[in-house]
Ligand binder design. Structure first.
Ligand SMILES: *Cc1c(COP(=O)(O)O)cnc(C)c1O
Length: 396
């Protein structure tokens, strides 16, 4: 049988994936680029800044050591996990047992995608915030589960309304995925919200997965809390964390999950059957990041805060409605009256060469917004504002 006789049929889990909503904007981007128009890309949530040099140096040294060329432990090097536990104590005053309550991940996306395999049986339900990072619901669907979406609305400060979840549904739900500071809305959580999540989860026996990828990317002196700071949280939940955004390390693939030992151990069991852990030299570089001078983190905050101010002031000056984010490198912009998310993003792209992300790409309740990422330098942001002001004013 030659390959042209094979009928290649994808599994249902791939066929069932929602359509890729950024296809149209990608197509338009290519069209605009082909015309030779200079594009300002505020679409991607990937830092444009380089990894700090002391972290790169640590990788270089570790990469030359043959001890690091062999299979790592799937659950992480003892030393990396110990450093994570020390960092949590110092940063959040949360106590963690490095050997049972920490697992190293090949980027937090890896753990987020894998954890449903540990807990979701076919037909099980998991609660997922929407709009949100798509990996939560895709991971649940890959495990055969059904995501139930909790809409994040402006009138609730983009926090899920737990009281709106029917008792039947709450009783059926096995897991819940939340993320603060939030991508894409840039919303932050209050301590009261985290406390209400713990009450809800213990009442209904729900495992909580909190994605804290942006906990260090916060401005004006604001320092986001860990979900695990709340009493009782560690008995029912875990927190995902990543070095990607804090240290400009998205390409390195290093993150971790911490919290409830039974949940961490089940995630480790999935991992031990799928991957063989993160490259040890990268873990050693991660140690240098977490234990080293944190001045680079403060520098990162300053840079994004400055970009944020230029963009937010500019957007407001042309009549667009936008909150000044206290955290994350996203600005969540309400589209002016008469536009859809896709329609407005398309106009910005074709008439101003500015790439943004239509909010509905993060789920239906993202409709009516676009997301702008602060991942270009301040001169380019100024340029974007100038181009926008030629399109505006938008008065809404
Ligand atoms: C960027 C991001 C992450 C981090 O992913 P890594 O796999 O650690 O690079 C996790 N969650 C959200 C919501 C993100 O935006």
């Amino acid at each position: 049988m030659t390959s042209d006789q094979l009928r290649i049929e994808k599994a249902e889990r791939l066929k069932r994936l929602p359509p890729y909503l950024f296809k149209e904007i990608d197509r338009q981007k290519e069209e605009v680029r082909a015309k030779g128009i200079d594009i300002i890309d505020l679409g991607v949530g990937d830092p444009d800044l380089p990894t700090p040099p002391h972290i790169i140096q640590a990788l270089k040294r570790a990469a030359s050591d043959p001890a690091n060329h062999r299979y790592p432990s799937y659950s992480g090097m003892g030393e990396f996990n110990a450093v994570v536990a020390r960092w949590y104590k110092q940063r959040f005053n949360v106590d963690l047992d490095a050997s049972t309550e920490v697992v190293t991940l090949i980027g937090s996306k890896e753990g987020i995608a894998h954890i449903p395999l540990a807990f979701i049986n076919p037909g099980d339900i998991a609660l997922v915030a929407r709009p949100g990072y798509p990996v939560y619901h895709v991971g649940i669907q890959f495990a055969g589960g059904t995501p139930y979406f909790m809409d994040l609305l402006k009138e609730n400060s983009f926090l899920p309304d737990l009281e709106a979840i029917s008792p039947e549904l709450a009783q059926k739900a096995k897991m819940m995925f939340i993320n603060y500071p939030n991508n894409p809305t840039a919303a932050v959580a209050t301590r009261e919200f985290f406390e209400s999540v713990v009450v809800f989860a213990s009442e209904h026996n729900v495992i909580v997965c909190h994605d804290a990828a942006y906990s260090e990317m916060a401005f004006d002196g604001y320092r986001p809390a860990s979900f695990l700071e709340v009493g009782g949280a560690k008995a029912l939940g875990i927190e995902f964390h990543s070095l990607s955004k804090t240290y400009n390390m998205t390409g390195w693939r290093i993150g971790f999950a911490v919290g409830c030992a039974d949940v961490i151990s089940a995630l480790g069991q999935v991992k031990s059957n799928i991957d063989s852990g993160a490259f040890q030299a990268v873990q050693i570089a991660g140690i240098a990041a977490l234990e080293g001078d944190q001045a680079c983190v403060e520098e990162m905050r300053q840079i994004y805060a400055e970009r944020r101010d230029i963009l937010v002031d500019g957007l407001r000056s042309i009549g667009l409605s936008v909150e000044k984010p206290r955290a994350t490198f996203y600005v969540w912009v309400e589209v002016p009256g008469g536009y859809t998310s896709a329609g407005f993003a398309s106009r910005l792209l074709t008439e101003a060469g500015i790439v943004t992300t239509p909010g509905n790409g993060f789920g239906t309740s993202g409709e009516g917004y676009i997301r702008m990422a602060l991942t270009v330098d301040r001169e380019r942001i100024r340029e974007a504002v100038e181009r926008l002001s030629r399109l505006g004013p938008f008065g809404c």
